[in-house]
Design a protein around this ligand. Structure first.
Ligand SMILES: Nc1ncnc2c1ncn2[C@@H]1O[C@H](COP(=O)(O)OP(=O)(O)OP(=O)(O)O)[C@@H](O)[C@H]1O
Ligand SMILES: [Mg+2]
Length: 357
């Protein structure tokens, strides 16, 4: 039988969240994350990197809700103005929420409850806001069994939230930010303040928390791919903290997720940098007349580009922009595709890198 255990406020007992095993994994994870932070700096134009990985994350994160959309469809959707399917809209909204969150913390360095509501609102496209009607329970997808009952009373939810935010925004904690990340993610999901979108909002809070704590400079690390691959475990461990205060396994899980996804991101960044250098060399050697640093950067910011983007970014005439793209296609950097009446120029090799997980 499912029994209701009240969700406790933060922080948990220190000895439960700082075990030897946790500290060992923490040192591995910290090292790799530090490397990622450094390697990200080797990409000259950060928005190139952020754009690329944020879309991948938006796709992965939305997939938890069973959205099947190919990477190509998504990039095309980003560069065309046609009506998008609900699935595509969800992914695009999620990506929008990542950028919105990043903008907010860059501006103010912390999050308010209203900011979190804005993120969720962007993700789910409704303004139902914080739960005020009782009845929300978390069920096992397959068996329908109730696995967890979040707090039902609005006053209790708000009280837990202010405790959560106090810890989220606390800059000088005695605990490592990575251990706190795991604790905060658990707490946010367990408060479950919204009717829907708690998972997706919580995953965005994770990256924002890492940036606030200077573990990273940009939103480039995402755990969704790892969580998708280890989803049963993710749910099981959340439940175990709820029922038995079993923190150790949960924290180890999140630390491992950060380690593995950091390693993947490092690889991705290295591949992107190599391709960028190769592309610049090729363009300089074989298309010197149209070579512009900003032009190449544009093709990495928007793996699916079009004339309009070039006009905007370089401030040139349509005719010139068109010639630039065609020339780059001739030397094999781009491949053009017709979508409706539009011609889209694809940075195929970049797409290949971004697709790999
Ligand atoms: N036992 C549990 N305790 C606390 N949180 C849980 C538990 N089981 C699941 N969750 C959280 O609930 C989230 C799902 O909530 P919700 O449906 O509101 O979010 P979503 O963004 O719509 O979905 P998803 O996370 O599946 O993409 C999961 O991602 C998980 O983090
Ligand atoms: Mg949902």
């Amino acid at each position: 039988m499912h029994h209701i255990k009240k969700l406790e406020k933060l922080p948990p007992k220190r000895e439960e969240v700082e075990t030897i095993k946790i500290l060992r994994q923490l040192s591995k994870t910290s090292k790799v994350l530090g490397e990622l932070k450094g390697i990200a700096k080797t990409i000259p134009n950060q928005s190139m990197l952020v754009n690329a990985v944020a879309l991948q994350e938006a796709k992965d994160s939305s997939e938890i809700e069973n959205i099947i959309t190919t990477q190509d469809e998504l990039y095309k959707a980003l560069s065309t103005n046609s009506n998008h399917s609900t699935e595509i809209k969800e992914v695009i909204n999620y990506r929008k929420a990542i950028f919105l969150g990043y903008e907010i913390i860059q501006k103010q360095g912390f999050l308010r409850l209203s900011d979190i509501e804005k993120l969720q609102n962007t993700i789910v496209e409704n303004d139902a806001g914080i739960r005020s009607v009782a009845g929300t329970v978390l069920k096992n997808d397959k068996t329908g069994e109730v696995v967890y009952t979040p707090p039902q009373d609005k006053k209790e939810i708000l009280d837990l939230l202010s405790n959560f935010l106090e810890h989220f925004n606390l800059q000088k904690s005695d605990l490592s930010p990575l251990i706190n990340l795991a604790i905060l993610h658990f707490q946010f999901e367990s408060i479950h303040l919204f009717y829907d979108g708690n998972g997706r909002t919580g995953r965005i809070l994770n990256i924002l928390y890492l940036i606030i704590n200077e573990m990273l400079d940009n939103p480039i690390l995402y755990l969704s791919s790892y969580i998708n691959e280890n989803k049963a475990k993710y749910y099981e461990l959340l439940s175990k903290v709820n029922k038995e205060d079993e923190w150790e396994e949960w924290i180890l899980y999140i630390l491992k997720a950060v380690e593995i996804t950091s390693l993947r991101t490092i690889e991705k960044i290295n591949s992107i940098r190599i391709l960028l250098e190769k592309t610049i060399e090729l363009a300089q050697a074989e298309a010197n007349k149209v070579y512009r640093k900003e032009l190449i950067e544009l093709l990495f910011e928007n793996p699916y580009s079009k004339i309009e983007f070039v006009v905007q970014k370089l401030g040139v005439e349509r005719k010139a922009a068109s010639r630039y793209l065609k020339t780059l296609e001739e030397i094999g950097i781009l491949e053009s595709q017709k979508i409706g009446r539009e011609t889209i120029y694809v940075n195929i090799e970049l797409i290949e890198i971004l697709k790999k997980n």
